[in-house]
Design a binder for this molecule. Structure first.
Ligand SMILES: C[S@@+](CC[C@H](N)C(=O)[O-])C[C@H]1O[C@@H](n2cnc3c(N)ncnc32)[C@H](O)[C@@H]1O
Length: 363
């Protein structure tokens, strides 16, 4: 059971990705449980306080501030692949139904597409796939994988995409690379949410794969090897309630979240006790890039000692119990209600990047 997460997330609505785990109280498909409605006044206050800080902190030309993806893109695909595919596919079907078009005609944009693993995975499930990515190394991997797809260099905070021109936007494990702001107001996550909302056709959805701060610290077995780095990176993830407020402030109507069972790193690689000793394993998660040499050296010595004393497997199992309880990541689906005002006519086009369709932002 993953019940403890409910109280921690305090999100508006929540469902399990694993249908076997649906709670008895669930009354909607896939066990969605309505928990709490966001307080409108508080949401409005957050959005207006954020909107005053966004204009000066735009990081559209900046790469990740702490991970060198030109380097790590070389080994990324060996360790990482799409997770929680079921939620993505369910959402595509729901969007198609809402828009009253065949799923095979949907346009899918991956904002922060990295090496293109998700676009490749879902290429045959929708009509067109396109991507925006900021990093050179990741873009070249993505273009190699998807030679016919439109992959543009750019930032999720300033998408080179027409207004109301795409049906589904996905953003997986990207938001923690955006500036958090000194007061943890996540100004660039606000920009990103506003941008995605602008680009989505009314009735479309934004699927976000991210983590909660708690999941980042407790959901990864190896976090105690580099505890300071794990703690530091956890502050780069917006708490789920804050993220919901940001999405609703941008105009998104529905906000649902699900905790998938899979870890981010491919399971066989993830559970390798020797993994942290290799650079490839460490390249698969940005936490390691925040560890000082000293912290890494001490942490690896602690792991080596556990391995040699025969305690390591039991320790890993104990850590894995925590992952089973709170999960390692959260998938959010935020939906732009049909009928939401948009300056563009929202006509369907095969070319979502056509700037000519964009007449300005909707807010
Ligand atoms: C952990 S990787 C995830 C890549 C891919 N979405 C996936 O799930 O495999 C984070 C990605 O976010 C990209 N990124 C960071 N800041 C970005 C921004 N402002 N706009 C677009 N992409 C960004 C990085 O370059 C990197 O490719």
């Amino acid at each position: 059971m993953k019940t403890p997460l409910f109280s921690k997330l305090e999100t508006g609505s929540f469902w399990f990705s694993d249908s076997n785990r649906s709670s008895p109280g669930c009354n909607m498909r896939r066990g969605m449980v309505l928990l709490r409605r966001v307080n409108n006044t508080r949401r409005g206050m957050l959005q207006s306080s954020l909107s005053t800080t966004t204009s000066t902190t735009h990081d559209a030309s900046g790469d990740s501030q702490y991970e060198d993806y030109n380097k790590t893109s070389a080994t990324y695909d060996k360790y990482r692949g799409p997770i929680d595919a079921g939620t993505f596919l369910t959402t595509f079907a729901e969007v198609a139904q809402r828009l009253n078009v065949p799923q095979q005609e949907l346009s899918l944009l991956d904002a922060g597409c990295g090496s293109g693993n998700h676009l490749k995975q879902f290429e045959s499930d929708v009509g067109t796939v396109s991507g925006v990515e900021i990093n050179d190394g990741m873009i070249s991997k993505c273009r190699m994988k998807l030679p016919d797809a439109d992959i543009q260099q750019g930032s999720i905070t300033d998408l080179p995409v027409g207004t109301a021109s795409v049906d589904v936007v996905i953003t997986t494990q990207v938001l923690h690379h955006l500036e958090t702001g000194q007061d943890q107001s996540f100004p660039n996550v606000v920009l990103a949410a506003n941008e995605v909302f602008r680009c989505l056709r009314p009735g479309g959805s934004w699927i976000i794969q991210t983590q909660t701060p708690e999941q980042h610290v407790s959901g990864f077995w190896w976090a105690p090897i580099v505890p300071n780095a794990a703690q530091e990176l956890s502050t780069r993830f917006a708490p789920m309630q804050t993220f919901e407020e940001i999405c609703r402030g941008a105009g998104f109507d529905q906000f649902n979240s699900v905790v998938p069972d899979e870890p981010l790193v491919r399971l066989d690689k993830y559970l390798d006790l020797e993994g942290p000793f290799t650079q490839g394993f460490r390249n698969a998660d940005s936490t390691w890039s925040l560890a000082t040499e000293d912290e890494l050296e001490k942490g690896l010595a602690m792991l080596r000692e556990k391995i040699e004393s025969g305690e390591a497997q039991a320790w890993l199992n104990e850590r894995e119990q925590l992952r089973a309880q709170i999960g390692q990541t959260t998938t959010v689906v935020a939906t732009k209600r049909k009928g939401t005002g948009s300056i563009s006519n929202g006509r369907r086009t095969k070319f979502p990047f056509a700037r000519s369709l964009s007449f300005g932002k909707t807010f």
